[in-house]
Design a protein around this ligand. Structure first.
Ligand code: GDP
Ligand code: MN
Length: 352
């Protein structure tokens, strides 16, 4: 095939500016993305928004993680898009495969059954590796060892307001350790025994349950203790997270993950990293250490939300592609009002 030479665009030649990737933000923090090479374009779309709305003023480094080696193309384009430095990690095989105590036959049966039942991602092996990896391993990666804080970014997200301050500094100064922007219920078929397993863990390790925890947010009976209540399936949506890596590295969470992993529910069910992170944050942290970023406009299919107050729109130049009333906060399916009730805050109006 002949190579088609495009017509000149008429841009005057200019010297390629050398990029100064020196970090301006003061925290030991990174933006982190677990991503496939095939998602390059969607990754760049997310990066562009986070850079324009926040990171170009701070130049925090980006860390990319993958179960396969990143292509040169992926590295070139994402490094171009980043204002800070970039690093690329290859996930060790043992962190992205079934551990030896998982029975392949039993796992295969689960895959077949869930695929017949139409459970979302129920037939996927890699999705389970991903959920287990995000639950138990990413924060142990050697590229992340130098950081205390991370901001998890996924491909294809929408980020609709300026972040006019450093959220890592905000988290540190206000003694926050976990944060979220959207909360919703998990599909029961994916977490059938997660709560029972958590109750067993809590019985064995009562010392890890925080006083003033957020059990009231995730319990069907908010006035009961862990052993008496069921799980209401509410969780923080983990495709956006700004959090303290040392929380996951700490004893409570390490023990919890190991306990869950040994039970096999990442494979025999389809435990998501979102409910796992959320239950841990709800039980092992005092409620004051969990922060809702109400000033963030964010979307990940199928849900999005926009700040409700005028001030965010005036000062942070929010442009959401949907009306404020369409925010997921106002959806009957949202767990936001459970969070508000739990903290004694006014409820958001619901628009059906
Ligand atoms: P969803 O958000 O639950 O619909 O699931 P996604 O497909 O977005 O996966 C969650 C995150 O894990 C995204 O950042 C994906 O890019 C990443 N991810 C999912 N599966 C794989 C995989 O097999 N390999 C790699 N490297 N990343 C994956
Ligand atoms: Mn996603």
């Amino acid at each position: 095939a002949s190579h088609v030479k495009p017509a000149p665009v008429g841009r005057p030649p200019k010297p390629k500016p050398s990029k100064d990737t020196r970090q301006i933000g003061k925290e030991k923090a990174t933006l982190v993305m677990l991503v496939r090479n095939s998602e390059l374009k969607d990754a760049l779309g997310s990066m562009k928004q986070i850079e324009d709305r926040f990171n170009r003023h701070y130049q925090y480094p980006w860390t990319f993680l993958n179960d396969e080696p990143f292509t040169e193309e992926f590295k070139t384009h994402t490094t171009r898009m980043a204002s800070g430095t970039t690093e690329y990690g290859l996930i060790p095989r043992e962190q992205w495969s079934t551990p030896d105590w998982i029975s392949e036959d039993k796992f295969q049966e689960v895959i077949s059954r869930m695929s017949q039942e139409g459970v979302i991602y129920g037939d996927s092996r890699t999705y389970r590796h991903m959920c287990r990896y995000n639950s138990g391993f990413f924060f142990r990666d050697k590229l992340l060892a130098k950081y205390d804080w991370y901001w998890r970014v996924e491909p294809s997200i929408g980020f609709y307001c300026d972040m006019t301050y450093d959220p890592f500094t905000f988290m540190r100064e206000n003694e926050k350790r976990y944060s979220f922007v959207i909360a919703l219920p998990e599909y029961l078929p994916t977490v059938e025994t997660l709560w029972k397993t958590t109750q067993d863990f809590a019985k064995l390790h009562p010392e890890h349950i925080a006083r003033n925890n957020s059990l009231g947010f995730i319990a069907t009976d908010p006035d009961e203790g862990i052993q008496e209540t069921d799980y209401n399936l509410c969780h923080f949506w983990s495709n956006f997270e700004i959090a303290d890596l040392n929380f996951w590295r700490g004893e409570a969470y390490q023990k919890y993950f190991e306990f869950l992993d040994k039970k096999g529910g990442f494979y025999y069910e389809r435990w998501g990293d979102a409910p796992v992170h959320s239950i841990a944050a709800a039980l092992f942290l005092p409620r004051d250490q969990v922060h809702f970023f109400g000033d963030v406009g964010y979307e990940h299919v199928p849900w999005g939300r926009c700040p409700l107050d005028d001030e965010s729109h005036d000062t942070a130049r929010c442009i959401c592609p949907f009306d404020r009333k369409e925010s997921f906060d106002h959806n009957p399916w949202s767990c936001q009002n459970k969070w508000n009730n739990f903290l004694g805050l006014p409820e958001n109006p619901i628009f059906e």
